[in-house]
Design a protein around this ligand. Structure first.
Ligand SMILES: [Zn+2]
Ligand SMILES: [Zn+2]
Length: 328
């Protein structure tokens, strides 16, 4: 099969994947072989390809927003369309798995990181970690829901968003665009801070109550905030916009650094900073049901497998208005 291979020994500041023919994966007990219909490109892929996340394997196929069709193995009929997300498996036995926190499992499988992912014509997935998909969206439009969508939704949960609250989104990308319709459904006011002029225009179009540039001060005290940029300064900016008792959830697997900040004025008053790690299968099911109900349809830009590097660069430079998706 054709695949985009990441050779971890060759990590460069600019990600470079190699397009090559490799052996098709072989079905194992409990797994299904999927023909990849579409695979979304996530900032995490970029963090892996650029060495921000520790390389775990000499060669790896990235991609963890996979829409695929069952070809072989498992109990689902051949041809069934399913999704595969970042959470590719857990041990099911550790403290976290047995306390409804499988996202924090001690021995997790991460699609496109600890095992091969979806920048390929075929992918192997654990059947019990595949997710059923809404019928009415085509594969390219479902793909971005599988990480950007689910993680964005989990971030709102981790931030503890309540109906009608004022919620700030700091930094803007695929995840934020998918979170806005959910916040509106909950009757929340959305405040967006982002450096990109195009992103500000998009946020306005999506119905944000207020939109500001990087250093603009949110005009109200926020109940909750979610940060999407891989930059610690943005977390401090978000924190400085919170009311007492408010929460900042960090939707980023990697931050450049966390700058020092003033405890007395920014964190005192029971404000909280929380990271958002991975997702549970319940997050996936709940979000996809909501996406179906609200008819959430992400805007996408499609790349071929041969253009995998261009797709990563589009995410890096934030040049795509919407989500980058690879169709092999
Ligand atoms: Zn992701
Ligand atoms: Zn576990």
């Amino acid at each position: 099969m054709k695949a985009a291979i990441f050779d971890s020994a060759k990590t460069t500041p600019e990600a470079r994947l190699r397009i090559a023919e490799v052996a098709r994966p072989v079905v194992k007990p409990g797994s299904v072989l999927l023909k990849v219909l579409a695979c979304g490109v996530c900032r995490t892929d970029l963090h892996i390809a650029e060495g921000d996340l520790k390389p775990l394997r000499p060669q790896l196929i990235l991609g963890h927003q996979v829409v695929g069709e069952v070809v072989e193995g498992g109990s689902l009929p051949v041809g069934t369309r399913v999704g595969v997300s970042w959470m590719g498996g857990t041990d099911g036995t550790c403290f976290f798995c047995t306390h409804q926190m499988e996202n924090l499992c001690d021995h997790p499988t991460f699609t496109g990181y600890t095992v091969d992912g979806g920048y390929a014509e075929y992918v192997l997935a654990r059947e019990d970690f595949t997710v059923a998909l809404p019928e009415e969206l085509d594969a390219t439009h479902v793909a971005p829901l599988l990480c950007a969508g689910i993680i964005g939704f989990r971030s709102l949960r981790v931030a503890g968003v309540q109906p009608g609250e004022r919620v700030g989104l700091f930094g803007f990308g695929s995840s934020a665009t998918l979170a806005i319709p959910i916040l509106q459904h909950w009757g929340c006011e959305v405040y967006v801070v982002t450096r990109g002029a195009e992103h500000r225009a998009t946020a306005e179009k999506l119905g944000a109550k207020w939109v500001g540039a990087e250093d603009a001060k949110v005009p109200v005290a926020l109940d909750r905030a979610v940060t999407f940029a891989p930059v610690g300064k943005v977390v401090v900016d978000a924190l400085s916009s919170l009311r007492k008792g408010g929460v900042v959830a960090i939707n980023a697997i990697h931050l450049d650094q966390m700058p020092a900040f003033d405890y007395d004025s920014l964190l005192w008053g029971e404000r909280q900073i929380r990271s958002v790690a991975n997702m549970t299968r319940a997050d996936a099911t709940d979000f996809l049901a909501l996406a179906h109900e609200l008819k959430i349809q992400p805007r996408v830009t499609v790349f071929s497998l041969d253009e995998a590097n261009a797709a990563l660069m589009a995410v890096k430079r934030e040049t795509e208005d919407g989500s980058a998706v690879i169709v092999p």
